[in-house]
Ligand binder design. Structure first.
Ligand code: PLP
Length: 386
C-alpha cells in the first residue's frame, strides 16, 4: 500500500482551507486592501464585500445579516456571549453551563467564578447525555445565561439545543450555544432552534484561522466585549479581518452545498473506520453514545495504552489524530470531557479522537486500519500500564 503524504484525521482541531476559499480571499490581500469603514470608493467596495460575506454566513444559519457579529474566533464568540448576558443584566450573576464545554467556555467561567460570579457546571451521563430536567431545575432566578454546546468537539455527541432553548424560553433566560463543530455537518437554523446567541469559527469549515462569528438574535440586548472603533454596528471594535470574513462567507456557501456529502460519504467513512478499529483491535470501545453524534467524529478508548504513545506512532506513519481537544493536547491531564462521562483516568488517557472531513478518502481509512492494530499491539507489548 502506498503511504499517503499525510493522513489527516483531526478535522475537529482545524480544517484545510478549501482552494475555492483561498481564491476568494486572495484579492483582499493583494489588490483590495482598503479599510471597509473608509468613505471613498476604494474602501466602500471592500465594505460591500464584507456585507456580502455577512449575508452568506447569515444564510448558512438562517439568520438575518444584521444578527451576525464577526469576531476573531470561536473563543471570543463564547466569551462575548456570556460577558454580554452578565453586562446587560447586572441584577443576574449566575451562569449555567456543562462540565463538557470547550475550554473557550469553561476557562471564561473559571475567571468569572474568581470574580465572584456563581457558575453551575451540569454533569453528563456516562454516554455523554445531558439530564434536561436537571438543567431546568438548575436555572435560578438570578441565572443570566445558559450556555450549552451543540456538538462536543471530543466525542461528537450532540446536545438537544432546540429542547434546551425551549426550556430557557419558558424560564425567561438567555440561551447561548457553542456550535463551533456543527457547520457543514449539521443543518443550522437559528430560527427553528430559537437560540438567542450562537458561536461559529471559520477554521472548522475550511476557511482560515482568526475569524469567527457570534449570532445575536434581533432584540436581544448586546454589550460589546471588545470596544474601540464603531465597527460591527458598534458591537465589536477593531478593523475587520476582511480577507478572513470574505473567506468565511465563501466557506459558508460551500458548507451548505457539502452537507449531503458529510452526511453520507463522510459518515460512511467514519463508520467504517470505527467499526474496523472496534472489530480488529481487542480491548477497544467507543466513548459515548453512537447517536446522536456528529457524522465525522469517533472517539475510541484503547485499553492498556497511553494515547500519547499511539499518537506518536501514528504520527510516524503520517497519520494525524488527537487526544482531547487540540488546546489541551500535550498535557498529561486526562480529558475533562471523558472524565465527566465517568471514564477512569487510565481509560481516558488511552483515548483517541479521529475526526474526518471533506478531503478524507477510502484509501486513507484503509491505511489507518492497516497500521493501527500493529501500533496498539506494539505498545501493549511494552506498556507500563499493564
Ligand atoms: N468551541 C468548540 C466546541 C471548539 O471545538 C473550539 C475549537 O476547537 C472552540 C470553541 C474555539 O474555537 P477557536 O479555535 O476558533 O477559538
Amino acid at each position: 500500500m502506498i503511504q499517503p503524504a499525510i493522513c489527516y484525521f483531526d478535522n475537529n482541531a482545524t480544517t484545510r482551507v478549501a482552494p475555492e476559499v483561498v481564491d476568494a480571499m486572495l484579492p483582499f490581500l493583494r489588490e483590495q486592501w482598503g479599510n471597509p469603514s473608509s468613505t471613498y470608493v476604494f474602501g466602500r467596495q471592500v465594505g460591500e464585500q464584507v456585507d456580502l460575506a455577512r449575508a452568506r454566513v447569515a444564510a448558512l444559519i438562517n439568520a438575518e445579516p444584521r444578527e451576525i457579529l464577526f469576531t476573531s474566533c470561536g473563543t471570543e464568540s463564547n466569551n462575548s456571549a456570556i460577558h454580554s448576558a452578565l453586562a446587560t443584566q447586572p441584577e443576574k450573576r449566575h451562569v449555567l453551563t456543562t462540565a463538557v464545554e470547550h475550554s473557550a467556555t469553561l476557562k471564561f467561567c473559571d475567571l468569572l467564578q474568581k470574580r465572584g460570579y456563581p457558575v453551575t457546571l451540569l454533569p453528563v451521563a456516562p454516554d455523554g447525555a445531558l439530564d434536561l430536567p436537571l438543567l431546568e431545575a438548575s436555572i435560578r432566578p438570578d441565572t443570566a445565561i445558559v450556555s450549552v454546546m451543540w456538538a462536543n468537539n471530543e466525542t461528537g455527541i450532540l446536545f438537544p439545543v432546540g429542547a434546551i432553548a425551549a426550556i430557557c424560553r419558558r424560564k425567561g433566560v438567555l440561551f447561548h450555544s457553542d456550535a463551533v463543530q456543527t457547520p457543514g455537518k449539521l443543518k443550522i437554523d437559528v430560527r427553528e432552534l430559537d437560540v438567542d446567541c450562537l458561536s461559529l469559527s471559520a477554521h472548522k469549515l475550511h476557511a482560515p484561522k482568526g475569524i469567527g462569528l457570534l449570532y445575536v438574535k434581533r432584540r436581544v440586548k448586546y454589550q460589546p466585549y471588545i470596544v474601540g472603533g464603531g465597527q460591527e454596528r458598534g458591537r465589536r471594535g477593531g478593523t475587520e479581518n476582511v480577507a478572513g470574513i470574505v473567506a468565511f462567507g465563501r466557506a459558508a456557501e460551500l458548507a451548505v452545498s457539502g452537507l449531503p456529502d458529510e452526511n453520507t460519504r463522510i459518515r460512511a467513512l467514519r463508520d467504517r473506520l470505527e467499526e474496523g478499529i472496534l472489530g480488529r483491535i481487542p480491548g477497544t470501545s467507543r466513548n459515548g453514545a453512537k447517536e446522536p453524534r456528529l457524522p465525522n467524529t469517533s472517539n475510541v478508548a484503547f485499553d492498556g495504552v497511553e494515547a500519547e504513545g499511539i499518537l506518536m506512532l501514528l504520527d510516524q506513519a503520517g497519520i494525524c489524530a488527537s487526544s482531547g481537544s487540540a488546546c489541551t493536547t500535550g498535557s498529561l491531564d486526562p480529558s475533562h470531557v471523558l472524565t465527566a462521562m465517568a471514564c477512569s483516568a487510565t481509560w481516558a488517557r488511552g483515548s483517541i479522537r479521529f475526526s474526518l472531513g471533506l478531503y478524507n478518502t477510502d484509501a486513507e481509512v484503509d491505511y489507518v486500519l492497516q497500521h493501527l492494530p500493529g501500533i496498539i499491539a506494539k505498545l501493549r507489548a511494552s506498556s507500563p500500564m499493564e
